[in-house]
Design a protein around this ligand. Sequence first.
Ligand code: IPE
Ligand code: MG
Length: 237
Amino acid sequence: MDGNGRWASRRGMPREAGHRAGVAAVRRIVHAAPTLGIRCLTLYAFSSDNWRRPAQEVSSIFELMRAYLRLETRRLTRSSVRLKIIGRRDRIPEELRREFERAERRTFRGLALDLRIAVDYSSRDAITGAAARATNALCGTEPVSSELLRDRITETLFESTGEVDLLIRTGGEKRLSDFLLWECAYAELWFTDRMWPDFGVEDLFAALEEYRHRERRFGGLATPTANHASSPMGGGE
Ligand code: IPE
Ligand code: MG
C-alpha cells in the first residue's frame, strides 16, 4: 500500500493525512474483496524497514491502526472476515499489541475472507525465523536429515501465509520491498501508478481481470484451460 505520503504532499497536506486517507482505502478494499471472489488478502501496512521513519510518523501510523481495529472489528466480524496480524510483535507498543490480540480473537470464526495485515514485517526475517524454529525443534542429539529439515521449514513458512497468486503494488514503484518473498515465488505481479489512497474497487477489479487472462505455467507448459478454470472471480464466464 504505497503512496500515502505523496498523495498528501500533492495536496499540500501532512503525510499523516495521507495515511488517514489510506485507512479509508483499506476499508473499501477489505469490504469489496470477498464480493470479487478473493478469499485471502494480505496488506503490507508497516515493514520492518519503516522503523527508519521519523518517530512521529511511526506513532501516527500505529495510532491509525489502533483506531481502525477499534472501530472496525465489529464490522469485520459481521462480514465474516478473519483477521491475522503477521510480523514481529515484540517491538509493537503494548496497547496496539493488545488491540491486535483482541481483533484476532473476535474475528477468529470468520470464513468469508482471511485478512492478513503485515506490521513490522520482513520476509527475510520470517524465512530465517522459520529456519531457526525448525532447526531448534528437530535438532536434538539425533542427526536430522536435511530433507526433514527442509519439509519442516516449508511447513512453518506456510503456516502464516499460503502461496500468493496476485501481488498488487500501488504508488508507481516496481519492487517487492521484502514482502512475502518466499510466498511470491510464482505470484503474478501487477503495478499501478495510482497512489494507495486513490486505489478503488475498480482498480482491484482491473487487476483481477488482467490476472484472469495471464497464463500461469509454474515452469510447465501451456495447458488449454490456462487460468480460466481457477478464476479469482469465481469462474463462470
Ligand atoms: C505507504 O505510503 C504507507 C506506509 C509505508 C506506512 P508511504 O508512506 O510509503 O507513501 P509515499 O511512498 O511516501 O508516498
Ligand atoms: Mg512509500
